[in-house]
Design a protein. Structure first.
Length: 556
């Protein structure tokens, strides 16, 4: 039997959120021929309940859960069962059939799938793009309503988020093309092509493996590090997801997630991402974040290491350094979370050495990519003979002294050595490449590592998503195919992740709203009449209610 608590959660997420109504409108614009009591939103309810109980969303599981395991009163409330009056005046009970769910699944594929394979531009480029965009927008709005129903208000000042993507196996097998016997050319098989694609992902053992399927991009809340009464002030929750075929670029879906969150009033101050995002060009990723006033916190790829000479200032890790910084400090790769304590200590030590030569960021990057920097000697980080008075102070404090000779008469000094501050605006491709990894916190510093370490919250959401003792989303957990159906299924598991995190956090801290429909109020299930009523009792109740008032009095 499905607990009353989970039925209440489904009512909140699927029906009260408006997702069910939008889903039905999208799939069945005309309600002609609609069976009495049959709501297309039951497809979403069945998917969510089957996922919660069995970690599977097969149609047969969905039907069994809805018609056999949902308490009877909820079945009548949702229209899984309805009382119908026949032409002869007799009353029969209509029950949702598995063929009804199959019809909804087919309608979902036909009306909301937006992959180019299913909506090709037969009449020229761009002919079907408007329809694809419309379908995608409808689908994403349904997904956002369901996930949004699981979110709670954040504590004041909580504005940090993390973003990542995870690979999802397709339920169908990849179909290889077959050879044309006459021309020898390769042609697709007879069956409809899949919109899944081949991609690669990191296995649990750290190795890279190939898979056929989709990529789920997710934006997750990073809980504030300010506890309440010594306890975690909020749970980590998935804010939204986007689903693409595997191997597609991460930028478009990631910026879509951010744009949707901002449009809903979400404030994003810091965004933690892994080194995969540092691959992206300056104009495509770093600058759009600056335009949205978002501070990125990211790890660097090996290709982002080394010094680059920009107007006699040295650039490393997206940061300006003294022209006389020792060259061996240009490349300091992060050894990673699996490194030995000694390797991590060596990394921190070398970063601390280089940071002493780093200029001070006096004006953060603006929408033109411009930054302003001050000489490290002028801000008391080291001593330099070219900056009068700094050598003596550095010697007294034990700070590094730059081995820079005094300038000769008429010598053209680097701007960083002669001006109070300098401005840099990336113009060339190389300059943009060097500044795409720029971040507000110096790479490898205590502040940067602390903030970057909080990216694990999105990894924790993925762990709950796929964990054996949690949502347990596995390959084969569904038989749904196509972007539209797969997106809804993954949204269902995202909802389950948030429910698990919400309930677990509230159980530990008791900081949640006890009246929230998703949280456990602690009331015993056995006291709920939803659990106790039988089919016969409810049918008799409905028949009694349909009698005229005088008939009810006579029956009494």
């Amino acid at each position: 039997m499905i607990p009353h608590l989970n039925c209440r959660a489904v009512q909140h997420v699927v029906f009260d959120s408006g997702a069910a109504d939008m889903f039905e409108t999208a799939l069945r614009p005309s309600k002609r021929g609609r069976p009495a009591g049959f709501r297309y939103g039951l497809f979403l309810a069945g998917m969510l309940l089957a996922g919660m109980k069995y970690s599977q969303t097969h149609l047969s599981r969905m039907h069994t859960v809805l018609t056999e395991e949902v308490p009877l009163l909820w079945q009548y409330k949702w229209g899984i069962r309805t009382q119908r009056t026949n032409d002869d005046g007799s009353i029969t009970t209509w029950v949702l059939g598995i063929h009804d769910l199959e019809n909804v699944s087919t309608a979902l594929r036909n009306r909301l799938n937006y992959a180019p394979q299913f909506l090709p531009d037969l009449d020229g480029p761009g002919h079907a793009q408007q329809e694809r965009d419309r379908r995608k927008g409808l689908l994403q709005e349904i997904v956002d309503k369901m996930i949004g129903a699981t979110l709670i208000d954040r504590p004041a000042g909580s504005r940090d988020y993390a973003m990542d993507a995870t690979g999802i196996w397709a339920s169908e097998r990849a179909r290889a093309a077959t050879a044309d016997t006459q021309s020898g050319a390769r042609r697709p098989g007879r069956r409809r092509a899949s919109d899944a694609a081949w991609g690669s992902k990191t296995h649990k053992d750290g190795n890279t493996v190939s898979f056929f399927g989709y990529e789920m991009h997710a934006l997750a809340r990073v809980p504030t590090d300010k506890p309440v009464r010594g306890m975690q002030a909020e749970p980590s929750l998935l804010v939204g997801i986007r689903v693409t075929p595997a191997s597609e670029d991460v930028v478009a879906p990631s910026l879509e997630l951010i744009a949707t969150a901002l449009a809903q009033g979400t404030q994003i101050q810091r965004l933690m991402v892994d080194r995969h995002y540092s691959y992206k060009k300056f104009d495509r990723w770093a600058l759009p974040l600056v335009e949205r006033d978002i501070v990125q916190v990211l790890d660097l790829h090996e290709a982002d290491q080394g010094f680059y000479d920009w107007d006699q200032a040295l650039i490393a890790a997206g940061w300006v350094h003294c022209p006389f910084t020792p060259t061996h400090l240009g490349t300091i790769p992060n050894p990673g979370p699996t490194a030995t304590p000694q390797a991590r200590a060596t990394f921190r030590e070398r970063i601390a050495q280089r940071e002493q030569y780093a200029a001070r960021l006096s004006k953060p990057m603006d929408t033109n990519g411009t930054t302003r920097w001050e000489c490290p000697a002028l801000v008391g980080k080291l001593g330099c003979p070219r900056r009068p008075g700094t050598v003596e102070v550095a010697a007294e404090l034990g700070l590094p002294i730059v081995p820079a000779p005094l300038p000769a008469d008429g010598e053209h000094l680097p701007a960083l050595c002669s001006q109070g501050s300098i401005s840099l605006t990336p113009v060339t491709d190389e300059q943009r490449t060097r500044m795409k990894s720029h971040q507000r916190y110096y790479f490898g510093s205590d502040k940067q590592l602390q903030q970057y370490g909080r990216r694990t919250y999105v990894e924790g959401c993925f762990g709950t998503f796929k964990g054996d003792t949690a949502a347990n989303k596995k390959r084969g957990s569904s038989l749904h195919t196509g972007l539209a159906r797969v997106t809804l299924e993954l949204a269902t598991f995202a909802v389950i992740v948030n429910i698990i995190h919400l309930r677990s956090w509230h159980k530990r801290t008791q900081l949640g709203d006890p009246h929230h429909p998703i949280l456990d109020t602690g009331q015993p299930e056995t006291h709920d009449p939803v659990i106790l009523i039988s089919h016969a009792e409810y049918a008799a109740f409905l028949a009694h209610q349909q009698q005229q008032p005088e008939e009810r009095e006579e029956a009494a």
